[in-house]
Design a protein around this ligand. Sequence first.
Ligand code: BES
Ligand code: ZN
Length: 453
Amino acid sequence: MPATDFLKRNREQHLEELKEWLRIPSVSAKSEHKGDTAQAAEWLAGRMREAGLQTVEVIPTEGHPVVLGEWRGAPEGAPTLLVYGHYDVQPAEPLDEWKSAPFEPEVRDGNLFARGSVDDKGQVYLHVKAVQAHLAENGTLPANVVFVIEGEEEVGSPNLAKFLQQNAQRLACDAVLISDTTMFAPGLPSITTGLRGMAYMEIRVQGPSVDLHSGAYGGAVVNPANALARIIAQLHDERGRVNIPGFYDRVRELTAEQRQGIAGLPFEEENLRKEVGAPKLGGEEGYGPLERIWARPTLDVNGLLSGYTGEGAKTVLPSKAMAKVSMRLVPDQDYKEVERMFIDHVQSLAPEGVTVEVLALHGGQPWYAEASGPVFDAAARALEGAWGRKPVFIREGGSIPIVQAFQETLGAPALLIGFGLPGENAHAPNEWMSVENFHVGAEAIARLYEELR
Ligand code: BES
Ligand code: ZN
């Protein structure tokens, strides 16, 4: 019997299981959720054992544990796939903007709403079910499989590179299969060939040692909030380019062929504008929205804090100000180099009268790969089989810091097949995953194994 029959028969059950996992608030960024995060790892390990994997271990790291699952019974000469994903989720705040509680999953209009539904528990779980389908229906799989599901992706994977190095032999594989991205449009299966890298920084500006009366002292003391605003304002030029010396030196320009490929995708700027709900889109001069998101680097303030922000007016000159700034990077930028440039440049902009401290919080390299070879061909056929349409090849603006490290440490190509959708609210209130994509995604992955036979 085809494995897809098993998936079709058990759709209800699989969705209920996923909901159970989503009820565990595995927020990696918050220490108060350390126990929940560990529990989410154990939960997954239990389901992997039920799925028929031969060895399943929850391996501790200096941070949250890695769930490692293996099935190695494929015929001699069969390929080995490594499935990577994450069971940690972003914080759910702001809570009052959720229509249903973030950790009480609910299906509305065919979409499953919960923190972590699409990023990334739903996308990880469909892989477990695809493997289970083969083992349950046929007692075997056409490829060996190793699952590496981590609990720290949303905080920059600080311990995974070391884990890969330490276990490189055990993790040897022919391809790294990842579902943690989106489809270009509903019903349009997509293979992602590029991700941006990341350099995440914090700027701390200190002025007077205590908050001051803004009338009694204002004008004679440098205001750290004003100073920080000035620094930030100087980080872009009028053309929307990042104003840090050397920032663009290693940026690979899009080729004419790549620009044509992007232009050929079914994309309406106005739809993107509506999706984000902004009055107008913006960005670096000379590039379209998809080019800006996929292939151009950025610098964005992610958070700002200073002074009085409560109700009404309070006359105060704050003693300090702070900003969180992320830079999304593209090939061939190097995040270590960019961190250095940022620190030096921001320091050079610091006015007298305040001290400025700049910290690098985490980083990851950008990734781009030519999608070719037998595994990519098999994936394209599997996606076409599941959705009845040939997949498109896209890039994405988000980051999965470990992808480049996988490629370097294990020497295996990464194959990114995402089942998210535009507007899925990842990292925001009301995150959802299409229930249809959860089920059809599992079928597509089951077919991928068939295609490797
Ligand atoms: N699933 C995302 C990556 C992603 C986002 C891919 C958007 C494609 C489009 C992943 O879980 C994520 O959020 N990554 C972080 C990494 C960061 C913490 C280093 C990101 O991109 O912000
Ligand atoms: Zn994420």
